[in-house]
Design a protein around this ligand. Structure first.
Ligand code: HEC
Length: 273
């Protein structure tokens, strides 16, 4: 009897525990828009250039993706597919062997076709790709705020630049919850906070080395938004169609309701004469 209660309870606690440690850093929100074709096209371009070498999208074909995103077959093959042997009807696979990958990175890069339906959705990827920071203790020299001790290099480093994990001077909190100021000079009274203390107060513990990347912060955020949007589409390409078909179904039900009601009325009459 005790066992039947304890086992599910332990599993539940384990699941909660994993979530808590993973969600240690609050995720930044992004609102996906699968009807924004230019965004999805840019996202695919970034994906093919920076991610495809390691992560396949093996449950999806080039053709279907091109059709959904409004990319003609010829353009797709010319600009987004690097292997001349690949045909437009092929699945989006790569040649990275799991064994080698494990040797190189300590973990194999997972296929990302369905990733956006798992692990926190688009917010997770959006935050993940913006929170890599330099960490000399890690084999690849980087770490990540939402994926501790990650085995992946910062693939978009050239674009974003280097971020350091730092302590910052921030305004001290007054008793009323506002930022504390000096009553004479009206300047903020600051204190130094580090790591989690910064996060709890709503500040990022990361600081970008200015000019170390080729894009500014807004441009980089846009690139990552488009990429997360593309992976959101990828996780369920039928999303585009599903919402459209949904309207027809509702229309049909509304129409059908009238006849079902009329029929019901006839039956009712027959039974309650
Ligand atoms: C050099 C190879 C390499 C490149 C390039 C690369 N990744 Fe990764 N990625 C990995 C490895 C290895 C892991 C597994 C890390 C681990 O488990 O510690 C990973 C993990 C991930 C994960 C987390 C998967 C999970 O466990 O939930 C995501 C999401 C991801 N990569 C997205 C991307 C995106 C998007 C790009 C392109 C901007 C990219 N990666 C480029 C190697 C790579």
């Amino acid at each position: 009897m005790l066992k039947t209660i304890l086992i599910p309870l332990t599993l539940l606690l384990a699941a909660v525990g994993v979530q808590a440690s993973e969600a240690g850093y609050p995720l930044d929100h992004m609102e996906p828009d699968v009807h924004d074709q230019p965004s999805l096209q840019r996202g695919m371009q970034t994906y093919m250039n920076y991610c495809m070498g390691c992560h396949s999208l093996q449950y999806q074909r080039y053709k279907r993706t091109g059709d959904d995103l409004g990319i003609p077959d010829a353009l797709m093959l010319e600009h987004l597919v690097f292997d001349p042997e690949t045909k437009v009807g092929d699945l989006i696979t790569n040649n990275m062997s799991t064994e080698n990958a494990k040797k190189w990175f300590g973990a194999a890069p997972p296929d990302l076709t369905l990733h956006n339906n798992l692990k926190g959705g688009p917010d997770w990827i959006y935050t993940y790709l913006r929170t890599f920071y330099a960490d000399s203790k890690r084999p690849l020299g980087v770490n990540n705020l939402v994926f501790e001790n990650v085995g992946m290099p910062h693939a978009l480093l050239d674009l974003q630049g280097t971020q350091n994990f730092v302590c910052k001077q921030v305004p001290r909190l007054a008793a009323n919850g506002g930022d504390m100021r000096d009553s004479l000079t009206n300047e903020y009274i600051t204190e130094e906070l580090c790591g989690n203390e910064l996060v709890e107060r709503g500040y990022s513990p990361l600081e970008l080395i200015e000019g170390s990347g080729s894009l500014n912060v807004a441009e980089y955020d846009q690139v990552v938004y488009d990429l997360a949007n593309f992976l959101y589409y990828m996780a369920e390409p039928a999303r585009l169609e599903r919402t459209r078909v949904g309207w027809y179904v509702l229309l049909f039900l509304a129409f059908f309701y009238v006849f079902a009601w009329l029929l019901g009325r006839e039956y009712h009459k027959a039974f309650h004469k």
